[in-house]
Design a protein around this ligand. Sequence first.
Ligand SMILES: NC(=O)c1ccc[n+]([C@@H]2O[C@H](COP(=O)([O-])OP(=O)(O)OC[C@H]3O[C@@H](n4cnc5c(N)ncnc54)[C@H](O)[C@@H]3O)[C@@H](O)[C@H]2O)c1
Length: 366
Amino acid sequence: MPETKQIPVQKIYEFIKDVFLKLGAPENDAKICADVLIFADLSGIESHGIGRLYYYYERIKAGVQNIVTEIDIVRDNKSIAVWDGNHGMGHVISYKAMQTAIDKAKKYGMGSVAVRNSTHYGVAGFYPKMAAEQDMIGLTFTNARPVIAPIFGSKPMLGTNPIAFGAPSDCEFPFLYDAATSITQRGKLEVLERKNEPTPEGWVIDNQGNYQTDTKQILRDLLAQKVSFVALGGTTELTGGHKGYGLAAMVEIMSAALQAGSFMHELNGLENDKRVPYRIGHFFMAMNIDFFIDISEFKKITGDIIRSLQNSEKAPGQNRIYVAGEKEYLNEIQIRKNGIPINTGLQKNINIIINDLNLDRSYFGF
Ligand SMILES: NC(=O)c1ccc[n+]([C@@H]2O[C@H](COP(=O)([O-])OP(=O)(O)OC[C@H]3O[C@@H](n4cnc5c(N)ncnc54)[C@H](O)[C@@H]3O)[C@@H](O)[C@H]2O)c1
């Protein structure tokens, strides 16, 4: 088996775009999907970059996700809109929804778009970063297939339901918090599976509340609802497990209740043992900073907060304090220089796509 290869960023970008084009995406949509996936790889989020391509490919082939995205506007009322994504590409729907929220915020000060019947939108952070790059605060939530058990519960009920928040600063990078409301998320386990590595103890419990660490078995048991991810904070109130559980439930409400969308077990992608669309819901918000305060003052204060955190006293043995968005910024510099690491498990998935779609077999040379 060949070893992990470092592939130049542009080459991976072109490949992802070619795959979506070959599947039938319009040129601009293929570019948006490639932009979101490559943003994940550049940020060092292996679970949501090219590593996710195979899952989208498989869903499009299985007919549970539409490669051509047709959006219906359910409501549009000044600063607020509600959209139906008709099971199109989650990245395309979300890019357009966030840009619409930003455009509304330019006019009204705030803009929000709630979306139903979408599909997996990838890294949540991409969308608030769009807002931060346009001198706004951005916020997004999405629900997902149920995998988190409520605190004191033993069955998965809520998705890994990420929260992403971005704000511009006068630093080299915006503040960008982007994470699941569970200790881990499915993509991280898929990465561990491709590397043949166990799941760390504390991430996953079975229906009896015991920790499980066999990654392959966990991924099988997740589908059968025999295991759950642990909410942020862990399995007890003492460690704050009720807080992660509360946040995941908040995200579920924002991703379903405002748009009359599907929620919790309705997102399983199965009905009477038949595969159906996942019917994911999202929420996007943009806040026009200029309506509150002069943008340069905002950026300076945000930058001062970032710098104060970075320069605060370190714990023994630690030599650096980070803030949200910083590691991703540093990763991008390295990855642009060194390329994107493609391990053997990922090479296998890429080769399946290359063969199935009759793409040039010498694309990556593995
Ligand atoms: N679309 C979906 O359904 C879905 C579901 C879950 C997660 N995701 C995505 O998966 C990705 C990874 O999520 P995750 O939960 O594994 O994230 P994670 O646990 O890796 O946390 C990432 C966040 O923590 C910050 N961070 C990391 N180390 C830090 C440190 N030492 N100090 C300060 N901040 C630090 C990062 O800047 C980032 O904002 C995210 O992009 C998320 O949106 C998507």
